[in-house]
Design a protein around this ligand. Structure first.
Ligand code: FMN
Length: 187
């Protein structure tokens, strides 16, 4: 089993990143192979709405998106972790998701089976406030994206009260929950 973790926070070692690491740790205990990608370290430009489509779901822009696309294709489990920024996903996460417009078109308009297998998905999100509606906003985008990449939305973890970088360490139960999530997604 290959588990791909995607971190959408600009803060390396921040709350989304630590929660994702814990989920990957949990996945590893089952023998799964894990890899983590930090979107902020990739060069992925926003979708340019160029209306030029590759029929295989790929995009004409040559940047780090293609490598990520291949890794997702190769994965059995995807875990996305994003902070809540202004009531939704971080910009890094949304830019990555928008680039799947070509995939969306190939799948839903042309009916191409791009991914050849279903994978499982988990969504982690962290925020300073307790506002459930912010997580709902983020979740609705992620569910749409997961469907596009043939990923079943299997589990979610919404962690509140996290503001500063190391805040998550004040909540050991959050880390336990993330580990359990990772284990469960593989199992
Ligand atoms: C640009 C920006 C926008 C934010 N917007 C919200 C928000 O709408 N609601 C909220 O509860 N927290 C918001 N926060 C706080 C972050 O969600 C919080 O600090 C989170 O723990 C950051 O996660 P990270 O350490 O993984 O980056 C915002 C932070 C930033 C930098």
């Amino acid at each position: 089993m290959k588990v791909l973790g995607i971190c959408g926070s600009p803060r390396v070692g921040g709350n989304s990143d630590v929660a994702l690491e814990s989920a990957l740790e949990g996945a590893k205990t089952t023998g799964a192979r894990t890899e983590k990608i930090i979107l902020n370290q990739l060069k992925i430009v926003p979708c340019q709405e160029c209306e030029k489509f590759k029929d295989d779901g790929g995009c004409f822009i040559k940047d780090d998106f293609y490598g990520l696309y291949e890794k997702i294709k190769d994965s059995d489990v995807v875990i996305l972790s994003s902070p809540v920024f202004f009531g939704s996903l971080s910009a890094q996460t949304k830019i990555m998701i928008d680039r799947f417009q070509c995939t969306w078109r190939a799948k839903y308009i042309l009916g191409v089976d791009l991914f050849h297998k279903k994978r499982k998905g988990g969504f982690i999100s962290v925020a300073s406030s307790e506002r459930q509606d912010f997580f709902d906003n983020a979740k609705s985008i992620v569910k749409n994206w997961f469907a596009t990449i043939d990923c079943l939305y299997k589990d979610e973890l919404f962690l509140t009260g996290l503001d500063y970088k190391n805040d998550i360490f004040k909540f050991p139960d959050y880390l336990d929950k993330a580990r359990r999530m990772g284990r469960g997604l593989v199992g």
